[in-house]
Design a protein around this ligand. Structure first.
Ligand code: TYD
Length: 140
C-alpha cells in the first residue's frame, strides 16, 4: 500500500444513531481507512493555548479523530499550508506521510484520537521544520 500517494482528506465514519447515544466504529482491514493500524494514541487535558505536533513522518500515516471537543490540524506539504478543524467523532482526517503538521485551538476537554500505520519509531520523525522543507525540495 503506497500511502505516499494519498492526500489528506476528511473521511466519514459509520455512525449508529441511537437515543441512548451514538456509536462509531473502525475495523482494521475492513474500514474506510486505507491502511492497517498498528498503534493508537490519544491526547487529552490539552491546554487551550497548546500547539502539538510540529513534525512530519517519512512513512507513517495517521488517521485523526476528535473523539471529544474540537481542535485544528494545520498541514504543510512543502509549498502550501491548509487547515482542517476536527469537531465530530464520526469523521476523521487521513494524514499521509510527508506532511508537516501542527495541532492547535483545542477546546476544553477535547480528546484527539490517532490511529497510526506503524508502531512508534523516533527515526520516522522529521522534527526540524527546515529539514522538512529541504527534504521536500530535494524530492521534487
Ligand atoms: P510527540 O510526537 O512529540 O507528540 P505530539 O505529536 O502530540 O506533539 O510525542 C510526545 C512524546 O511521546 C515523545 O517523547 C514521544 C512519545 N510518544 C511515544 O512514546 N509513543 C507514541 O506513540 C507517541 C505518539 C509519542
Amino acid at each position: 500500500m503506497d500511502l505516499s500517494i494519498e492526500t489528506p482528506r476528511l473521511i466519514s465514519l459509520p455512525k449508529v444513531e441511537d437515543p441512548r447515544g451514538n456509536l462509531t466504529f473502525l475495523e482494521n482491514g475492513r474500514s474506510v481507512i486505507p491502511f492497517d493500524f498498528k498503534r493508537v494514541y490519544w491526547t487529552y487535558h490539552v491546554p487551550e493555548s497548546s500547539e502539538r505536533g510540529g513534525h512530519a513522518h517519512h512513512t507513517c500515516a495517521e488517521f485523526l479523530i476528535a473523539a471529544a471537543g474540537s481542535f485544528r490540524v494545520n498541514l504543510f506539504d512543502g509549498k502550501n499550508w491548509t487547515s482542517q478543524v476536527l469537531d465530530s467523532p464520526d469523521k476523521g482526517l487521513l494524514l499521509p506521510p510527508g506532511y508537516w503538521r501542527t495541532l492547535d485551538l483545542y477546546t476544553p476537554g477535547s480528546v484527539s484520537l490517532a490511529l497510526a500505520s506503524d508502531i512508534y519509531d523516533e527515526a520516522d520523525y522529521i522534527r526540524d521544520f527546515d529539514d522538512f522543507v529541504e527534504m521536500k525540495k530535494s524530492k521534487k
